[in-house]
Structure formats: C-alpha cells, structure tokens
Design a binder for this molecule. Structure first.
Ligand SMILES: *[C@@H]1O[C@H](CO)[C@@H](O)[C@H](O)[C@H]1NC(C)=O
Length: 370
C-alpha cells in the first residue's frame, strides 16, 4: 500500500515537472521491471552496510529516487556516457590497454588482438569499473606468470551501469550490460575472427550475471566457458535461471562460491560449483562482518589458479551433492579436477569442496617463485 502511495506521489511530481518518463530508457527499465515475489533480501548499501527489503520496496525506492534526480536536472544524468567499453591487454601490451570500439572498426584492426590466441573477458561488479584490483589480477595472472602464453584479455567496463549507489538499479542493468557484451563478442567474431571455442567469460559478483546474460544473448556461437566468481545473490533466484547466471549459458559454466548466503550465492548454480573452505567465510578475512573480504576472494582464487598453471595446488574433494558439502562430509575422488583450471570443461561436474590457505591479491603471493 505504502509503495503505491509513493508511486502516486512520484507520478504527480513527474506531471508537475512535465517530464516524459518513458522516453528515458533507464527509467522505463525500472518501471517495467518484474517483481517476482515478496522475499525479503539482505541488500548491500553503498556504505558497506545492509538493509532488509523486498524487491517491490527496492523498485519503489528506485523509481522515486530516479525521478527526483531527473527533476533536479542533475547534470550527471544529462551527459552520462551510456556505453559499455572494452579494454584489451595482450602480451604486447600488458601494462597499457587498447580500447576496442565497435563503432570504430579501425580500433580493432590496429590493435594487438590476435584471433589465434585464446580470449578471456572479465566483467567487474557493483560500484566498480575497469581500474580495480580484480581487473589487474586477471590481466597479470594470464600475461605475467612466467609462462609467456598469449591471450586477448578484455576488461568489460560497464561502470556506466554499475556506478550507482543503488544496488537494485545495478542489478537490473546486468541484462543490458550482458547484451552489450554479447553484441561486442558477435562483432569480434565477424570482424576479427574471434573463436568461440577458446573464449571464456569471467565475472565477479553482479559481473557473474553480466557474464551469464552475455552467454544467453550471443547469437553467432556459444561461449566455451563462463566462470562465475561468487555470483551476487540479492534479487537473483535459484529457481529462475533465465534471470541469472545459469549452467546452460556456456558450454561449460563453473562457479567459485566464497561468501554464500550474504553477498554471493550459496546454492550451486554452475555445472561445477567450487566451495573454497565451505563457501561462506574465508581464512585471512578476520571477522569480515559484512562479507566483502570473502566475496572478493573468488577472483583472487581464479587468478591464483591461472598463475600457478600446472603448479595449481587447488586440489578438490568431490561431494555427492550440496547437502554433503554443507555438512562438510565430502570425501569423493575429484579425479584431478582443480578449481579454476581452464581445462575443466572436459571433466568437472557437480559440487566440489576444498580447503585453502588464506589467499592474497595477485602479486603479493608466493606462487611466482614456484
Ligand atoms: C598471431 O598469433 C600467431 C600464433 O602466436 C602468430 O603466429 C601470428 O604471427 C600472430 N599474428 C599477428 C598478426 O601478430
């Protein structure tokens, strides 16, 4: 009831401001967003705390605040560059990115993109952008690990959609960020000869769902692998795979779940789901009351796995199912399956448990020396 009252007030305010809401793509996305049920979520706030609210409450609050922003004519909304951007790193330009822009094909043709090399995409999470430790973990672990392998590493910068104080709004935009990424991948295939067969997409938190929506929306092939790094949980539902990262979004979908029930999913949502240290809390994170440390361990684990390569020590134990994992009773033979191994598409399936030491952001660890 309260929700309707707020909405009514918002529309009155809109009429007074002579504003046409449905010309605004962003606002119509929120207006038309489907509210699935009245589950109460633990919703992260921009200051690191949480608020408990239903999806309807989040939607109402968002509509009101978005309308207020527009009535205030906030310049932030007038010249917002609403474009998902793609930054390429290769062995030839480890430190300095090259931006590849679909609207300017010469940016591809003049770049170091090489379709003979495997391609990796990385999509960041909420309130993030290109310049953050997780991007560099992915770049460094692939290109600076001493093995001299070459890759096309694309950082997906969807900060134009993720940089909002409102988690719900960023969550809503993951589908569109995925669409833009899918269009880019299709274009890279046509224009640059990208091979789907060697293309893996990684995403952290909300970015894991961006990766999923990318896989759902590519039209020229099927992604080989998606790795969901602690896929965000608030406002995503296990029972609705069309609306989140799902196990069919690529030929092989793996998840590394490190902060279940809080910021991340606890339920296994990949063809193979890895639960370092049980998937709720992580060593080295202290009390980690808000879960942010454990949540950001997932990309670090992937980077470590890639950097270690054949020295990868992330041995796992196979669980019969999720229940056995939760009861810490797994004892199955994992048959050589290792968390984060790029060859996992050949063999990994089901739920895996592993015990690890405290993992540290890439570059600080000891594994270079091995
Ligand atoms: C692309 O990579 C292949 C294999 O590493 C190499 O032989 C070829 O010269 C590269 N092409 C360009 C244009 O650099």
């Amino acid at each position: 009831m309260k929700g309707y009252l707020i909405l009514l007030l918002a529309f009155v305010a809109l009429a007074a401001a002579d504003y046409e809401p449905f010309e605004d793509e962003d606002l119509s996305d929120v207006m038309e967003a489907e509210v699935e049920d009245d589950h109460i979520w633990r919703v992260p706030q921009f200051d690191g705390s949480f608020k408990m609210m239903t999806e309807q409450e989040a939607k109402d609050l968002t509509i009101v605040s978005e309308i207020i922003e527009r009535i205030k004519n906030d310049p932030h909304f007038q010249n917002k560059r609403r474009k998902v951007r793609f930054f390429l790193h290769t062995q030839k330009n480890v430190m300095k990115w090259q931006e590849i822009d679909m609207d300017r094909p010469e940016t591809l043709h003049r770049s170091n993109f090489n379709s003979s090399h495997p391609t990796r995409f990385f999509a960041h999470g909420w309130l993030s952008g290109m310049h953050q430790v997780q991007s560099y973990e992915i770049i460094d672990s692939h290109l600076m690990n001493g093995r001299k392998e070459d890759y096309n590493i694309f950082i997906v910068d969807w900060s134009c959609m993720s940089m909002t104080w409102n988690y719900y709004l960023a969550r809503l935009r993951t589908r569109k960020a995925g669409l833009r990424t899918a269009e880019f991948i299709d274009w890279l295939h046509t224009e640059g000869g990208l091979k789907f067969d060697t293309t893996h997409v990684f995403g952290h938190s909300l970015g894991a769902h961006v990766a999923g929506f990318t896989g759902k929306q590519v039209t020229k092939g099927k992604l080989k692998t998606i790795v969901g790094l602690d896929p965000a949980m608030p406002f995503f539902r296990t029972k609705n795979p069309q609306n989140r990262l799902a196990d069919t979004d690529a030929e092989y979908v793996e998840t590394i779940q490190t902060n279940g029930r809080e910021l991340g999913f606890y339920h296994p949502i990949g063809q193979a789901a890895f639960y370092p240290n049980g998937g709720l809390r992580q060593p080295g994170c202290g009390s980690d009351i808000l879960g942010g440390c454990a949540h950001s361990r997932a990309p670090t684990f992937l980077a470590e796995a890639v950097a270690r390569g054949t020295y990868n020590s992330f041995n796992t134990v196979k669980c019969k199912d999720w229940t056995e994992m939760r009861n810490k009773q797994c004892s199955g033979d994992s048959e050589g399956v290792r968390m984060g191994d790029p060859e996992n598409y050949k063999k990994a399936k089901g739920v895996y448990y592993l015990v690890t030491e405290a993992s540290v952001p890439f570059g600080v660890g000891e594994f270079y020396k091995k």
